[in-house]
Design a protein. Structure first.
Length: 328
């Protein structure tokens, strides 16, 4: 078994941790400190530190928070994109395809490297959202209370606003799984602002992307780099990715791997999963924190809930020669 060198493909972990520790320190330590300084009659110092806190919050919302999407690759997107670009170095592929584009956690890092990019998903509202984000016609709402949330849920599909609210403002990024803002507890998180920030940053990087609502198995790619992030197989605690859209929750895993074998004959295909059939090889893996909960009230209610998973990238064994001679 050959695995990609971790140091080769992951060079931004340090900055990710710096941002997260800054967030923890500013929210908990500085807030506590400033409250006490106020009572020590040091108003100037209080105002200065309070302004620092506000600035840090703005920075965190702009750079850290993104639109929630269950199963999305926001935290691993850069790592995965580096693996993909590493694999195709010196390879003459004619374009890039993501048949399960989701929240574009990987695609946003890959798209600038290709002239021809195709992204698809079976969810009509989601694809409609990305189309209008691309052309600049989508205007996020300035507010979304719980009444608005459930009103938008009833809109006919396909509808961009329905996807924006259904994923971005929902509990755990699960499609209309409940109004997320009321589950935050003491966390200073604004889901609407996070989703707005996310699409504003995505607009310039998707201008060369052709979005289409289509099932992956209907595609006939040739000589492409393909990254697939399908609904993961889970035998113990299966998670449905989209409420009230049952046909999207039925996923034939065996059919998927058969298609991956077929595509691998004429393309470079990389798949995200936790497990795979024996004729697929792990080339990268990283431990990932997992939980769709947003507050201490709801997190880890079951003792069986796993806090971490080993996210892996697989290729078919027939593509083994592509990476075996790569320098580590």
């Amino acid at each position: 078994m050959v695995r990609m060198s971790y140091n080769t493909v992951n060079c931004n972990w340090f900055f990710n941790w710096i941002f997260r520790w800054l967030y923890i320190m500013e929210i908990y330590k500085i807030t506590y400190l400033t409250k006490h300084i106020r009572y020590l009659y040091r108003p100037n110092i209080y105002l200065i530190l309070n302004n620092i806190l506000n600035i840090c919050n703005i920075i965190i919302y702009f750079f850290i928070y993104s639109m929630k999407y269950l199963g999305g690759k926001y935290m691993l997107g850069k790592d995965i994109s580096k693996v993909l670009l590493y694999i195709i170095k010196d390879k003459n592929v004619s374009g890039y395809i993501e048949p399960f584009c989701g929240a574009l956690g990987v695609l946003k890092h890959i798209a600038p490297h290709f002239n021809q990019v195709k992204a698809s998903d079976i969810h009509p509202d989601l694809i409609e959202l990305w189309k209008v984000v691309k052309d600049g016609s989508f205007k996020p709402p300035n507010e979304c209370n719980e009444q608005d949330y459930y009103r938008i849920k009833q809109l006919p599909s396909p509808n961009a606003l329905k996807a924006f609210v259904g994923f971005g403002c929902s509990f755990g990024g699960k499609y209309f799984s409940g109004y997320a803002q009321k589950y935050t507890g003491s966390k200073k998180e604004n889901f609407l602002q996070a989703a707005t920030n996310s699409i504003n940053k995505l607009r310039p990087v998707v201008q060369n992307v052709d979005f289409k609502c289509i099932s992956y198995y209907k595609l006939r790619p040739i000589n492409k780099l393909i990254y697939c992030d399908p609904p993961y197989k889970s035998n113990t605690f299966p998670v449905k990715y989209r409420n009230h859209t049952k046909k999207y929750d039925v996923f034939d895993t065996e059919q998927f791997w058969d298609v991956m074998r077929r595509w691998s004959k004429n393309n470079i295909v990389v798949i995200s999963e936790i497990e795979a059939p024996t004729d697929f090889i792990v080339i990268f893996e990283k431990k990932k924190y997992r939980s769709i909960s947003q507050s201490k009230k709801t997190r880890y209610k079951s003792k069986h809930t796993e806090k971490f998973s080993n996210e892996k990238l697989f290729i078919h064994k027939s593509l083994y020669h592509i990476i075996i001679n790569k320098p580590t």
